[in-house]
Design a protein around this ligand. Structure first.
Ligand SMILES: Nc1ncnc2c1ncn2[C@@H]1O[C@H](COP(=O)(O)OP(=O)(O)OP(=O)(O)O)[C@@H](O)[C@H]1O
Ligand SMILES: [Mg+2]
Length: 479
């Protein structure tokens, strides 16, 4: 099996070739056969010895030309001019069954020229977390990188303690990040930026080529894609946790499931990540941070937007100012659908905010609230600390529903199709990781994967929020 690598057509300063680091005893713990099929890859080959050698980063099939990509990035607001794939290796790309080019990358496959002080490795826990959450997101219809396979290495990686090592094979629409553009901009590499922009347009937004100003049209398309992505996260209670510009993808996919988590009880200020001390990436801050990241992308594109600096800034600002519009429209549409409304009308925003206010006051479980409203609104009452306030809100909602006049059963079915019963709850992820790390027991991982990839089906065991003893307060990058 040979993967092509379209990045190697770009100037050499975008990437670095890197020696492979064979691992001691690779063992396949998960293979996503439906995804392999979608990509036109031979799943049986992937599961065999040559496949395993490739998936563990030990040995590549003849003709493969893997590279580590260069990028920079703002991490928690601080600019770092050189990051890059320090523990990832882009094996190459394939054209999938829909004619779309997709990247296949290993994460945790050993040091590269961009490793700085890191060991280039990943621990099993974060690999399982990324596998579960990215596949759950895909099943929930959220643009996301995918998990193709996970392999244990038979080696330990040293974090706080010695942990089993693993490698994730990840698939993405591309691995271009806002930070990829920043890497070139900070080096005043205008030719590089032009080549990169052309590549990104070609790959993700070909319609921008026809625009009067293709760079501006490209920028606007990224703004739109990110706004819609973040609206989707917000509608599910997803907290990315590390929305640095190097974790902001140009294609509009969710990338880097480091310290991510889903809300249990609704709290707009919620932060899980142990490294997010200031709450920069708290749940409710995500749209604002998305816009901030896109402003950083605009800065890199200015010289390509217009030779005249002032005109370039004005055009980019106008485009960026549309973010809020894109976001609010997408968010309103998502929330209306969650409440069983087919169209949005004046007053819906207040109706939605009214519900969130009550949820915040009661620390109501995000996922259960919407699922209960989809099934039997009376059962939602128990989630609220002031049932009479909920009843008052419900009366407003019912009056609004009556105006639309959809038949009740049809509306409930539509709501059940957008309000998941199952999200990958943090306490369950921790259980899965514990079983795998402590006992080499992967059965809980497999069971949870099956549950989170059929998120609209009732499964009380996975739907249940954590008890006070089970609650997980913090997630760790745990690189
Ligand atoms: N163990 C490690 N060894 C070397 N470099 C690392 C390691 N962990 C993280 N890095 C590097 O630190 C930077 C920031 O890491 P971050 O956690 O955002 O990315 P990541 O999780 O490794 O990968 P991705 O964004 O591709 O999902 C990246 O340049 C990354 O390659
Ligand atoms: Mg990252």
């Amino acid at each position: 099996m040979i993967l092509t690598n379209s990045y190697t057509r770009l100037p050499e300063r975008f990437f670095a070739r890197s020696a492979l680091t064979p691992v001691a005893a690779p063992h396949l713990i998960a293979l996503n056969r439906p995804l392999a099929e979608e990509l036109g890859l031979d799943a049986d080959w992937l599961a065999g010895p040559e496949g395993l050698a490739m998936l563990s980063g030990s040995e590549m099939p003849e003709g493969t030309d893997p590279v580590a990509l260069a990028y920079a990035g703002h991490q928690f607001g601080q600019f770092v001019p050189q990051l890059g794939d320090g523990r990832a290796l882009l094996l190459g790309d394939v054209i999938d069954r829909h004619g779309v080019r997709r990247d296949v990358q290993l994460k945790g496959s050993g040091p590269t020229p961009f490793s700085r002080r890191g060991d280039g490795r990943a621990a099993l826990g974060p690999v399982l977390r990324e596998y579960l959450v990215s596949e759950a997101m895909a099943a929930l219809g959220v643009p996301t990188t995918r998990a193709l396979a996970a392999v244990t290495t038979g080696e330990t990686v040293l974090r706080m303690t010695a942990l089993p090592g693993a490698v994730l094979a990840r698939v993405a629409a591309s691995h271009l990040r806002v930070g990829t553009f920043q890497f070139l901009a900070v080096r005043d590499d205008l030719d590089g930026l032009r080549a990169l922009t052309d590549y990104a347009i070609e790959r993700h937004y070909p319609e921008a080529r026809e625009a009067a100003n293709p760079t501006l049209a490209f920028y606007d398309a990224v703004v739109n894609a990110q706004a819609r992505l973040i609206a989707r996260w917000m509608s599910l209670g997803f907290i990315h946790g590390v929305m640095n510009t190097d974790n902001t993808s140009i294609s509009g996919e969710t990338i880097d499931y480091g310290p991510c988590a889903f809300l249990d009880e609704y709290d707009p200020g919620k932060v899980f990540s142990s490294i997010d001390q200031g709450g920069r990436y708290a749940y409710a801050n995500q749209p604002r941070i998305g816009m901030w990241n896109l402003a950083r992308l605009a800065e890199t594109l200015l010289p390509l937007i217009d030779e005249d600096a002032e005109r370039a800034v004005a055009a980019a600002q106008e485009s960026l100012s549309r973010f809020l519009n894109y976001y609010e429209n997408a968010h309103l549409a998502e929330m209306c659908a969650k409440l069983g409304l087919k169209t949005a009308e004046d007053g819906d925003k207040e109706l939605i905010e009214g519900l969130f206010d009550l949820m915040a006051k009661s620390a109501a479980d995000f996922t259960l609230t919407f699922r209960a409203l989809s099934e039997n609104p009376d059962s939602a009452r128990a989630l609220f600390s002031a049932p009479e306030d909920f009843e008052a809100w419900k009366a407003r909602w019912k009056a609004r529903l009556a105006r639309e006049g959809t038949e009740d059963e049809a509306r409930r079915a539509a709501m059940r199709a957008v309000n998941p019963a199952i999200i990958p709850r943090n306490h369950r992820i921790e259980e899965v990781i514990d079983a795998a790390v402590q006992r080499e027991d992967f059965a809980p991982f497999e069971a949870m994967l099956a549950a989170v990839t059929t998120p609209y089906e009732e499964r009380p065991d996975y739907a249940r929020p954590p008890s006070p003893q089970e609650r997980v307060w913090e997630t760790f990058c745990g690189t």
